[in-house]
Design a protein around this ligand. Structure first.
Ligand SMILES: NC(=O)c1ccc[n+]([C@@H]2O[C@H](COP(=O)([O-])OP(=O)(O)OC[C@H]3O[C@@H](n4cnc5c(N)ncnc54)[C@H](O)[C@@H]3O)[C@@H](O)[C@H]2O)c1
Length: 272
């Protein structure tokens, strides 16, 4: 990722994928990384830690990942300061409880706004910036990665219906955008993750851990019989962001420990 200027949304959470990805980008020696989030309490220490431990310039910014003006501002900052934008990781997202019986159109649409519009808007504005050339960046190019989900998006069941719908939208937005941007050397991919231990899933995973039946059931969520760690997603995002992934676009890449490779696994049917 030598020379690449990157923006990450949803990087404030201490156990989140955004934060882990900032470290993964730094490890690959990106030129600069904007770490952004609507909550800013951990962003400054994160940026300081990255810069002091890796020497990579890291800039903290508080912003709403679904607000057009905020997205335009951080992109303008990257262009103004570094003259280029190469990578946008549209990762910010929300879940929460939305039972169907009490779901309102406002709550549903807000889920779509934060989880799906944030991705659409990132593509809309970042792609224009990624086309900009200079003596340092001689041709249009970039990589946009968005966080979708296998457990809610490819399939359903983890989280409310509005959450699944928003993540399914993310997958299709990425597929569509890869072609809308044809010929511009701008790649767009969705990462579809299985269950990963982060702030978002903490309460559910804690509740599960005290119930043996549920523990065994949840083990079936992965052929590896465990949950994923944020680092295991971050390294794939960094790969997709890097030049090594130069022929990958329009894909929904499943990082789920094998979850989607089989129907619910039954040893009897599997001839064991
Ligand atoms: N953890 C999982 O198992 C899992 C599975 C599939 C998909 N995801 C998705 O992964 C992404 C990252 O989630 P995580 O697991 O790291 O959770 P997390 O809660 O640890 O981090 C999400 C971050 O997004 C930020 N955020 C929320 N709304 C925002 C907004 N409007 N603008 C800017 N930032 C905002 C939060 O403040 C938080 O720091 C999300 O899009 C989530 O839906 C998570």
């Amino acid at each position: 990722m030598d020379g690449l200027v990157c923006i990450i949304t949803g990087a404030n959470s201490l156990s989140g994928i955004g934060r882990a990805t900032a470290f993964a980008f730094a490890k690959k020696k990106a030129r600069a990384i904007y770490v952004t989030d609507i909550n800013g309490d951990h962003l400054v220490p994160l940026a300081e830690e990255i810069t002091s431990t890796t020497g990579v310039e890291c800039i903290p910014k508080c912003m709403d990942a679904a607000a057009d003006k905020d997205i335009q501002n951080v992109i303008a900052d990257a262009l103004g300061t570094f003259g280029r934008l190469d990578v946008f990781f549209a990762n910010a997202g929300v879940a929460g409880r939305h039972p169907m019986a009490t779901e309102t159109s406002e709550a549903f649409l807000n889920m779509m706004r934060v989880n799906a519009w944030s991705v659409y808007a990132a593509i809309k504005y970042a792609s224009v910036a990624m086309e900009k050339t200079s003596t340092e960046k001689t041709k249009s190019g970039g990589s946009i990665i968005a966080t979708a989900s296998v457990v809610a998006g490819v399939r359903s069941g983890a989280g409310p219906m509005s959450y699944s719908a928003s993540k399914a939208a993310v997958i299709n937005i990425c597929q569509s955008a890869a072609w809308r941007l044809h010929g511009k050397n701008i790649r767009v991919n969705a990462i579809c993750r299985g269950l990963i231990k982060t702030e978002m899933t903490k309460k559910v995973l804690e509740a599960v851990s005290s119930n043996e039946l549920l523990v065994n059931l949840m083990k079936r969520n992965s052929a590896l019989e465990r949950y994923g760690e944020p680092d295991e997603i971050a390294s794939i995002v960094a790969y997709l962001a890097s030049r090594e992934a130069s022929f990958i676009t329009g894909q929904d890449i499943k990082v789920d420990g094998g979850l989607t490779a089989a129907l619910p696994y039954c040893p009897l049917f599997a001839d064991e």
